[in-house]
Design a protein around this ligand. Structure first.
Ligand code: NAD
Length: 487
């Protein structure tokens, strides 16, 4: 496949810019040639989005909703094609890719209807002489930058609300996974999205840096690693008007209490650790288990994971050789006797980047295995004694993206959950999303919240209540709870 930039409504002819190869992580075979866009091409894309903004922001909500619905329908019609390419490009299983295409479609459908039913707030001054109301206007051109782990799903999570709220954009997928973004640009042509409204450019970190620094960019919605988030903040520090939403890395804790339904807890903890071969920012990669059930849980967990997560069948390949080597280097830090399942994978893999699930005993919370984001099929298990200790172990991390609580005790759900430094707390479930619920991390996991009405903060100017809303963002960070009533 030859991928080309999508700028101002058309695909560029193969550019004079250099290109690079994208490979299938499952086989190590070449699958696509990707352009490494120059700063001139980035400029063209941003200029196109800037020129398209006045007309697009003046369209009615009904018109924008119709475009979003048409995009969702068109992806749906090519669902399997998207899923097959996503699996080949990222290494994930086809089953996982299908779920993510469903979710990408849901992103468009959600915002297509959300904007039709939006309300505003109005308040009287104390003497009731003046009625104030909140009006929000679209901000302008956004840079939308996504990582490689859930390529289509995360890119559309940015594109859909950007279009829905009347903004225009330049999207840049990860250099490792560009193919479904290219298929999406074909859909934009098919539904006759007006030229320039959404542009897609390809390239690496330097392409992303050119994009975020461009003077016409009004805001950046970024998902990726914490170090890149820091770099983007540095690169835009002087551009005070640029709104930043940074969704960054995680090292999330799963806490299993002694009253949890053991079989259900094993299943949730395993999914949270190994879904998408552990390459999800929200994965629970360190499991803390009450000492009274530790041995029973661990033996069931090891048995369940070894039966359920089979490389090449239910577990995909990791994204690249560099990432394989990174995961491998963490595994070499573990002692042989700490492997309850798996082991150090071979050096120099020849036929795809496969790593079997690894479960490691760990009693040292300061170990890099417990502190650093490995982003692969690796999980640590550690015992705890008291609730206090569980909270302190979970919070002993520079990250604060998500946490998973497994308990039947309703009071404990709140008592423990509200003390966890995590933007999202799942109780007896994992990866459940409700798109109106704000999403985002604390600490080194990022700033800003995306999702539903909170996400509007990213894409619109606040005209009347800027002080109040900014204060809310500054003084508190929401812990969001998703409680599963079925366990
Ligand atoms: P990355 O930070 O290396 O790259 C992400 C994107 O940023 C890519 O498109 C890349 O080309 C671009 N980029 C790189 N340098 C840039 C720069 N200086 N300026 C602008 N753009 C730049 O991340 P990755 O390796 O692709 O993804 C893995 C990371 O993403 C993990 O840390 C994971 O936890 C995180 N992630 C977070 C979430 C979340 O919602 N919090 C979701 C998925 C992944």
């Amino acid at each position: 496949m030859n991928i080309s930039n999508f700028i101002n409504g058309s695909h560029s002819s193969p550019s004079s810019s250099p290109s690079f190869s994208s490979i299938n992580p499952q086989t190590n075979e070449f699958i696509a040639s990707i352009p490494l866009s120059s700063s001139q091409e980035i400029d063209l894309a941003v200029q196109a989005a800037h020129a398209a903004f006045p007309r697009w922001s003046a369209t009615s909500r009904a018109q924008r909703s119709a475009y979003l619905t048409a995009i969702a329908d068109a992806i749906h019609a090519r669902h399997e094609e998207f899923a097959v390419w996503e699996s080949r490009d990222q290494g994930k299983t086809l089953a996982r890719a299908r779920v993510e295409v469903d979710r990408a479609i849901a992103n468009f459908r959600y915002f297509a209807t959300f904007i039709l039913h939006e309300t505003s707030t109005a308040r009287f001054t104390p003497d009731e002489r003046v009625l104030t109301y909140e009006h929000r206007s679209a901000r302008g051109v956004f840079a939308l930058i996504s990582p490689w782990n859930m390529p289509l799903y995360l890119l559309t999570w940015k594109i859909a609300p950007c279009l829905a709220f009347g903004c225009t954009g330049v999207a840049k997928p990860s250099e490792l996974t560009s193919i479904t973004a290219y298929l999406l640009s074909e859909i934009f042509v098919q539904v006759r999205l007006p030229p320039g409204v959404m542009n897609i450019v390809y390239g690496d970190g330097s392409t992303g840096a050119d994009l975020v620094r461009h003077g016409f960019i009004q805001g950046i919605s970024f998902t990726g690693g914490t170090q890149t988030g820091i770099r983007i903040r540095q690169d835009t520090a002087a551009d005070i008007q640029k709104h930043l939403s940074l969704e960054l890395g995680g090292k999330n804790a799963t806490i299993v209490f002694d009253d949890a339904d053991l079989d259900a807890a094993v299943d949730v903890a395993a999914k949270a650790a190994f879904e998408n071969q552990g390459e999800i920012c929200l994965c629970g990669s360190r499991i803390y288990i009450h000492q009274s059930i530790y041995h029973q849980f661990v033996s069931k967990f090891v048995e369940h994971v070894s039966r359920t997560y089979i490389p090449g069948d239910t577990l995909g390949a990791v994204i690249s050789l560099a990432h394989y080597n990174k995961i491998r280097s963490y595994l070499t830090l573990a002692k042989q006797e700490d492997f309850l399942l798996g082991g150090v994978p071979p050096e120099n893999p020849t036929n795809g980047y496969w790593i079997s699930p690894c479960i490691l005993k760990n009693n040292d919370n300061q170990s890099p295995l417990c502190q650093e984001e490995i982003f692969g099929p690796v999980v640590t298990v550690s015992p705890f004694d008291t609730e206090e200790e569980a909270v302190s172990l979970a919070n002993d991390s520079k990250y604060g993206l998500a946490a998973i609580l497994l308990t039947k005790d309703g009071a404990r759900m709140r008592r423990v959950g509200e003390r966890l430094q995590a933007g999202l707390v799942w109780v007896n479930c994992w990866l459940v999303r409700e798109l109106g619920t704000p999403f985002g991390g604390m600490k080194a996991s990022g700033v800003g919240r995306e999702g539903g009405s909170i996400l509007k903060m990213c894409f619109v100017w606040f005209v009347f209540c800027i002080a109040l809303c900014s204060m809310r963002c500054i003084v508190c960070e929401a812990n969001i709870y998703l409680l599963n009533r079925d366990i």
